[in-house]
Design a protein. Structure first.
Length: 239
């Protein structure tokens, strides 16, 4: 993927032999960690630990994030003006919130169950291998309608897997194909995951380029998983 993206979206700076020297010089000029910087480091490490151990203590990730932000504000590391000036962050916040809520409402409304039931009669009449390819492609590119990989997987993975098993596809093979394509979904759009809007908000890549490059990369991934991967799975006896 890095080689493909390097060819289709060449970076303006391709060599930075002086990067280490520049970083060392700037670190020297900055001097030792200030009091506020130490607080920020402690909050950062604390949030990471609380996020990583959420299944143990049961504190929601959102609560951890809000608490960390509150500590930074109370300690003076951040000011309210700092928060208000982050226009990209607020923009991403509102767009992602709206898109995730829309995806949740679509799921609650039974649209996805209806969709799975609607395609099932057509797919079930196909041999299992073409059915696997068709369902896999539908599953992959339906990510365009979701603002979260988690929402996409939780909503579509079970019904799509059931459709494939009903069509006679090997259960383990079907489960692995959909699982692998679940990770490929993340690069399709600039809102496929929580970190995507942050990268997109930096302004280095516009939406058209992101969608174009994501689609090209998805074709390569599909060819790899369903082409080369299928041959390898046959060799090791998965079907």
């Amino acid at each position: 993927m890095p080689l493909v993206l390097f060819k289709i979206e060449k970076p303006t700076i391709q060599k930075t032999p002086e990067a280490r020297e520049m970083a060392n010089k700037q670190l020297t000029e900055m001097g030792p960690l200030s009091f506020h910087e130490k607080i920020q480091l402690a909050v950062f490490i604390g949030c990471l630990l609380l996020w990583a151990t959420g299944s143990i203590h049961g504190i929601h990730a959102t609560t951890v994030a809000i608490t960390g932000t509150a500590v930074l504000l109370l300690a003076g590391v951040l000011t309210w003006d700092d928060c208000l000036s982050e226009k990209t962050g607020w923009d991403s916040f509102f767009w992602i919130a709206a898109l995730m809520q829309l995806a949740d409402l679509i799921t609650q409304g039974g649209v996805l169950d209806w969709f799975a039931q609607a395609i099932s009669p057509y797919v079930s009449n196909l041999p299992w291998l073409p059915a696997l390819i068709v369902v896999a492609l539908i599953y992959l590119y339906s990510e365009y309608f979701f603002a979260s990989m988690t929402a996409h997987i939780s909503a579509l993975y079970p019904p799509m897997l059931l459709v494939l098993i009903t069509a006679g596809a090997p259960p383990m093979l079907s489960a692995l194909v959909l699982a692998m394509l679940s990770s490929v979904c993340g690069g399709l759009t600039n809102y496929a995951g929580g970190h995507m809007p942050i990268w997109f908000g930096m302004g280095y890549v516009d939406q058209g380029a992101w969608w174009k490059n994501g689609f090209i990369c998805s074709l390569i991934n599909v060819a790899t998983f369903l082409g080369v991967g299928a041959m390898w799975w046959k060799i090791i006896g998965m079907y």
